[in-house]
Design a protein around this ligand. Structure first.
Ligand SMILES: C[S@@+](CC[C@H](N)C(=O)[O-])C[C@H]1O[C@@H](n2cnc3c(N)ncnc32)[C@H](O)[C@@H]1O
Length: 191
């Protein structure tokens, strides 16, 4: 089956909002989330909506949270561009506050936490059902190591992968590879 990941250049973007998460990373995140069509996903820090869009293509329901109003606007614009707005509830709020009001989700994605990482992980992990999954993407190592410590404290067994993607540029004399910044993905199953 064709594994459809939306190319980076098809997203509506603004300088005020980070993202989208690079397409190769989005593909891997879906695999680490172990996304199914029965899933209810919470995406904390939805940014441009890169991951929200991939979840919306495949899952039953998505709650996408961002404290930046421009991120909510941009995510909405991208969902509407691809006709996927109906599955997604957009919440303009701080992640932890918004999580307090959401129940019965099966997967938790954290793509931004703004100094509240430990609390968002703890609250989210405790609300997940046994067998649910939590995935954290990080551009700084400290987010990854802090996530590992917190998940271990909660009794989980986190997996850590660091992905370096290089993209080829076609030149007359060959293909020049340009490295993009590495991303660390921490993931765990609720046990
Ligand atoms: C790197 S971007 C996420 C990109 C996104 N995964 C995508 O594919 O477009 C991180 C986002 O997290 C948001 N953010 C950071 N801390 C937050 C918090 N505590 N609560 C809600 N949103 C937060 C930021 O406003 C930003 O839009």
């Amino acid at each position: 089956m064709y594994f459809d990941i939306t190319p980076n250049n098809e997203f509506i973007k603004t300088e005020k909002v980070p993202g989208p998460t690079k397409e190769e990373i989005r593909a891997l995140v879906i695999s680490k989330v172990k996304l199914t069509d029965e899933d209810v996903v919470v995406d904390v820090g939805c940014g441009t909506g890169g991951l929200t869009l991939e979840f919306a293509k495949r899952a039953k329901k998505i709650y996408s949270i961002d404290m930046n109003p421009d991120a909510i606007k941009t995510t909405r614009a991208n969902l509407e561009k691809f006709g996927l707005q109906n599955k997604v509830e957009l919440i303009e709020d701080e992640g932890l506050k918004a999580l307090d009001h959401i129940e019965d989700f099966t997967k938790l994605m954290i793509g931004g936490s703004g100094g509240n990482l430990d609390n968002i992980i703890e609250t989210g992990y405790l609300k997940l059902p046994i067998g649910g999954r939590i995935v954290i993407t990080s551009i700084v190592l400290e987010t990854a190591t802090d996530s590992v410590h917190m998940l271990k404290e909660l009794g989980a067994e986190p997996e850590v992968v660091n992905i370096s993607v290089s993209k080829g540029t076609l030149l007359d004399r060959g293909v020049m590879m340009k490295a993009l910044n590495p991303i660390t993905i921490v993931s765990a199953r609720k046990i």
